[in-house]
Design a binder for this molecule. Sequence first.
Ligand code: ATP
Ligand code: MG
Length: 172
Amino acid sequence: MNSQNNGIRRNEMEIVFDAIARNESFARVAVAAFVTHLNPTLEELADVKTAVSEAVTNAIIHGYENYEGCGVHGEKPAARTAEHPGKVRLQCVLEGDVIHIEVEDKGKGIEDLEKAMEPLFTTRPELDRSGMGFSFMEAFMDDLDVKSEPGKGTLVRMMKKLGTTAWIECEE
Ligand SMILES: Nc1ncnc2c1ncn2[C@@H]1O[C@H](COP(=O)(O)OP(=O)(O)OP(=O)(O)O)[C@@H](O)[C@H]1O
Ligand SMILES: [Mg+2]
């Protein structure tokens, strides 16, 4: 790595969006677009998109308990539909060819994090959840760290090295 380039090799973006189901695809595509100039392989791109999708979906359906009431399974709007949905914060930091991603909600938080991260553990079997979200994040990214506090929210941090070494030096 050329240390002289360290300054310009960092690139950051942050978006905050409503915690509603249709924004899950928006988040996935936003992250993919952000890393495109690194020319990631299709597999790397799919891995990152899946991990983001799982974390954002969790924020929406678990963190905020799908306030919109018309979530992934089209259930009838709940009484609380009138409430404004919470916000999800998505931050991406590129350091060279490593992407650091944070997905944060200020929702209900996780009581037992250790249990929640076990494969096949879900608190929402009635929504056909399979309890594999955290396992996918772990499998598809190089590192996963989750902090959560009941009543306060959840912060998911993950990182992945994208297999490219060529930083496209076309920036002015
Ligand atoms: N952001 C969050 N806020 C509150 N609880 C969460 C959050 N993310 C995960 N959880 C809890 O952790 C459990 C496990 O999450 P995980 O993503 O592994 O499985 P799932 O979402 O239940 O199922 P799947 O992701 O396979 O559809 C969830 O059932 C939920 O109880
Ligand atoms: Mg999940």
